[in-house]
Design a protein around this ligand. Structure first.
Ligand code: DAH
Length: 338
């Protein structure tokens, strides 16, 4: 019995000394010292040998076990160290190899312009409000002084969801929503998507607008002009000329269209401005008292202005883009220029 375990020990020592990899070592550890390992089995058989032989046998077994454990851990250390040395010798990093190019995303040009424009108005104290894109006819038309058979409704090619639900055709729909929930003074911008059933070089069925309005006790048209001039000078530069041209919108009275001196020719006349030297960029006016009535405001108490602009149009003028369809197309060759 004793001889037996000594020869097992010898054999194990030999095998462990020859182990050439950490995997080898692990396997040998299992083979001899594991739960069902050879030495473990021997330990279990201790019960079956004569009582007087047990102490000697047990202590030999423990000695062998201990010596194998020591040997295994020494071998492991050695193999780990040589593994590291090998890797240090063979694995080299060539720091002169060019890195991999990871293209990074960026904001869509429409988002960039929307952020820029919103930033100008928030810097003037306007707060941002949003309304639903699937909108009640009431907020999109009725509350803005466009009753059911009003001809101005035809100006906007509306997507109808049902008789009284539409995809909003403009962000002006946010005006009465905000007024219903808040009392003046109001200084609000409402940016967002709007929808019209129309498509050509200058129209796409989904585009972006930014509505702005201000309501208080003594807001005048000159306030509107001042705010818009400041906005235009920040976006198109301080030398841009601004003019208000009389116009009509059912929800403003008086109404105006705002023109700027042509960004291409500076006002001399070119094909972008059809030779006039002026480009129309937004609609505006003094809020019609009928809108206040719909919102539940006393129309004798308040005055205010409103304006609305198309963001794609501002972006097209700013970056000299001649086809609005490029925006939703999302061709990276186009997008990467911004
Ligand atoms: N909602 C108008 C449109 O989409 C733009 C507009 C014009 C908004 C005049 C206004 C305004 O607030 O006063 O064509």
């Amino acid at each position: 019995m004793q001889n037996d375990i000594h020869s097992i020990g010898e054999h194990a020592r030999e095998e462990i000394s020859k182990a050439s990899s950490l995997k080898n070592i692990h396997d040998l550890k299992v083979k001899y010292l594991g739960k069902k390992g050879i030495l473990t089995e021997q330990l279990k058989s201790l019960k079956s040998i004569p009582k007087e032989d047990r102490p000697a046998f047990g202590s030999s077994l423990n000695e062998i076990k201990k010596s194998l454990e020591d040997l295994i851990s020494r071998q492991e250390k050695g193999l780990k160290a040589s593994d590291i040395n090998n890797r240090l010798k063979t694995e080299q990093i060539d720091v002169t190899v060019p890195g991999c190019y990871t293209p990074s995303g960026r904001l869509h040009p429409v988002t960039q312009v929307l952020d820029e424009v919103s930033g100008i108005f928030t810097s003037l104290g306007f707060s941002v409000e949003e309304g639903p894109e699937v909108e009640l006819d009431f907020y999109n038309f009725e509350a803005l002084n466009m009753p059911e058979d009003h001809p101005a409704r035809d100006m906007q090619d509306t997507f109808y969801i049902s008789h009284d639900i539409v995809l909003r055709t403009h962000t002006s729909s946010v005006q009465v929503r905000v007024m219903e929930k808040n009392d003046p003074p109001l200084r609000v911008i409402a940016p967002g998507k709007v929808y019209r059933c129309d498509a050509d070089v200058s129209h796409i069925p989904m585009f972006h607008q930014l509505e702005g309005f201000m309501v208080d006790n003594r807001i005048r048209m000159s306030d509107l002009k001042g705010v818009l001039e400041l906005f235009i000078h920040r976006v198109f530069g301080p030398h841009t000329k601004v003019r208000l041209r009389p116009s009509f919108f059912p929800f403003t009275e008086p109404s105006a269209e705002i023109d700027i001196s042509c960004v291409m020719c500076g006002g001399k006349g070119c094909n972008v401005c059809s030779g006039t030297g002026w480009i129309e960029i937004l609609g505006a006016g003094m809020i019609n008292p009928r809108v206040y009535e719909k919102a539940g405001y006393d129309p004798d108490k308040y005055t205010g202005f409103a304006f609305g602009m198309g963001i794609e149009r501002i972006a097209m003028l700013k970056y000299s883009i001649d086809d609005v369809r490029l925006f939703p197309e999302n061709d990276r060759r186009f997008l990467e220029q911004f």
